[in-house]
Design a protein around this ligand. Structure first.
Ligand code: SF4
Ligand code: SF4
Ligand code: FES
Length: 257
């Protein structure tokens, strides 16, 4: 068995990207982040040249924060859980590249601000309604709904879904599947439902659900196995209902329904 492997990394800034290769020792438990740390300690490329350390983002190192997203062998995923040995079964070289659907900062770092802006647009929160000070329990939520909400709540805004989505591109304003799925999460909460119609207005906007072409790439790459196509179908139906309410000028068109 080879004792080393090659990490081939797409580096640089916008318009000035280049591939650089690094040879690293194989370790049974190594993941992409631990290899990037190795390079950081000794930034010498495959040609033996001293180079600059590679820039990347990381936080939790346990697939919770979503910051280490990148393309590993061309597929969007979290670098912190990308185990090197599992990739070496496919070949001796592993490629790393930054996401393409977000502005490139440098090397493997991109700016995912658009995803957080989308969460603001869909009101991705539960507003304080005063009941927390009343000494009473809030409205009860069935076990079934709680479990569905828990799965949706594991979204870490990593952007893998948007990266894979053909409808998220420079010509489209589509907010992407994660924001649509978060509308479902916050509408499912009884207090959150008070702002359901405002969220549905965002889903009906030019940046909303009409942007989805149902290619279903998103659901295949989500590291949290969030049922995105189910969320997209549900939000699509709810958006149609909202459009009818808007058309008829029903009193609940703007406020909770
Ligand atoms: S279903 Fe397809 S088009 Fe719709 S958000 Fe997912 S990847 Fe994009
Ligand atoms: S829905 Fe999945 S892939 Fe998309 S941002 Fe959330 S966790 Fe990442
Ligand atoms: S470092 Fe947080 S998801 Fe990878």
């Amino acid at each position: 068995m080879e004792t080393t492997f090659t990490l081939k990394i797409l580096r640089g800034t916008r318009g000035e990207q280049y591939w650089e290769e690094f040879v690293l020792p194989r370790h049974p438990q190594a993941n992409v982040i631990s290899c990037l740390m190795e390079i950081q300690k000794n930034p010498v490329n495959k040609k033996g040249e001293k180079t600059t350390p590679v820039a990347w983002e990381q936080g939790c190192l346990e697939e919770v924060c979503g910051s280490c997203s990148m393309l590993v062998n061309g597929r969007p995923r979290q670098a912190c859980t990308a185990i090197i040995e599992s990739y070496l079964r496919l070949g001796p070289t592993i490629t790393l590249a930054p996401f393409t659907k977000f502005p490139l900062i440098r090397d493997l770092c991109v700016d995912r601000t658009s995803m957080f802006e989308a969460l603001k647009k869909i009101r991705g929160w539960i507003s304080v309604d005063g009941t927390e000070d009343s000494g009473q329990f809030g409205p009860s939520i069935s076990q079934e709904v709680q479990e569905a909400m828990y799965t949706l709540s594991t979204c870490m805004t990593c952007g893998c879904c948007s990266e894979s989505c053909p409808q998220v591109n420079e010509k489209s304003d589509f907010m992407g599947p994660a924001a649509m799925s978060q509308i479902r999460l916050f509408n499912a909460n009884p207090t959150g439902a008070l702002e359901k119609s405002e969220r549905m207005q965002a889903a009906l906007s030019e940046e909303g659900i009409a942007g989805c072409g149902n290619a279903q790439n998103c659901v295949r790459v989500c590291p949290k196995n969030i049922p995105l196509t189910e969320s997209l179908a549900l939000i699509g139906r709810e958006a149609s209902k909202q459009a009818i309410k808007n058309f008829l000028g029903l009193p609940d068109a703007k406020k909770g329904s």
